[in-house]
Design a protein around this ligand. Sequence first.
Ligand code: SF4
Length: 345
Amino acid sequence: MNQLRRVTWSKACTIVPTYECFNRCSYCNFRRDYPSGWISLSETERVSRKHRDAGAIEALIMSGEVHPSSSRRVKWLGHIAEVCKVALHNGLLPHINVGPLTTDELEVLSQVSVSMGLMLEQASPKLVKTVHRRAPSKSPSIRLQHLRAAGRLKIPFTTGILLGIGEDEQDREESLRCIADVQQEFGNIQECIIQPFCPGERGYVAGYSSTPFNIDELPSVVATARAILPREIALQVPPNLVFAGKEPRDGFALLLRCIEAGATDLGGISPIDEVNPSYSFPNMSWLEDELLARGYQLLPRLPVYERFIPWLKRDKKREYMFEVIASHMQELREKPFTKRVSGIL
Ligand code: SF4
């Protein structure tokens, strides 16, 4: 009998410390105008409990950014750390993605999370004149600096490329080569997201991009990524964007082609994709059945890949984090099925 091949995903809830952001990426569907407020710790606790009770494992902490030289920066960072602690103490494992950070800031947040992430998006400097004209954080050199600093600190890391923001094929390959270089030097990249840009209600990228990404080309970009990136990096495709605007049967066929081209992970699945709120996720129990019929086992995972758990610093203050990791691992070992955790999805 043929062995089933694995496709993984993480049941997540997204907690947003703030939707405020000093950048103005032209395609953004996330940021709201200042002052949109910061989430309270009591609300964080309510959300964490609700999702933990529904089977979530990961708290995806995703925030808009405060300018690096703003007097509010220290408070912002401290608030994110507190939000992570609340999520953790309610049984969720924080994965943090809050924009470029200094080495000191990375160190602070690595104490309260199991992994972190930052999309490279594209390494081409030409985009700073177009979609990133008013987004200083999207400078490729700043983002690569962040990736390398996370590598030096041995932080289990997720990065990725964004497709359809004005880049060409060569730019994509160059961006993937930059990620491969970081991995070769530091070895801390657990996954690379291959993310198609899908227009939402608020972004106005069409004004800049003359070559919108053709979603049917996604499997070929996945294959390119598989050829360029070291094998140990999992390739992730967001299923809600693969299914965007398609009939479920056609969306599934495209997802299958991505998987056959090398994608092995579907990322954090939460009730709402905060970056792409117009696109809902497919039902994971249904997806499990469809994939099983084609020889793939859809398995939930932790937001830190198992081989990186020994990288996490272990001390008295963080003992609780290891207890939460151990309890989730135990649950997944006992019942490693998507249906067990698919709950409210
Ligand atoms: S895409 Fe991210 S960095 Fe850009 S404006 Fe939106 S929240 Fe800010």
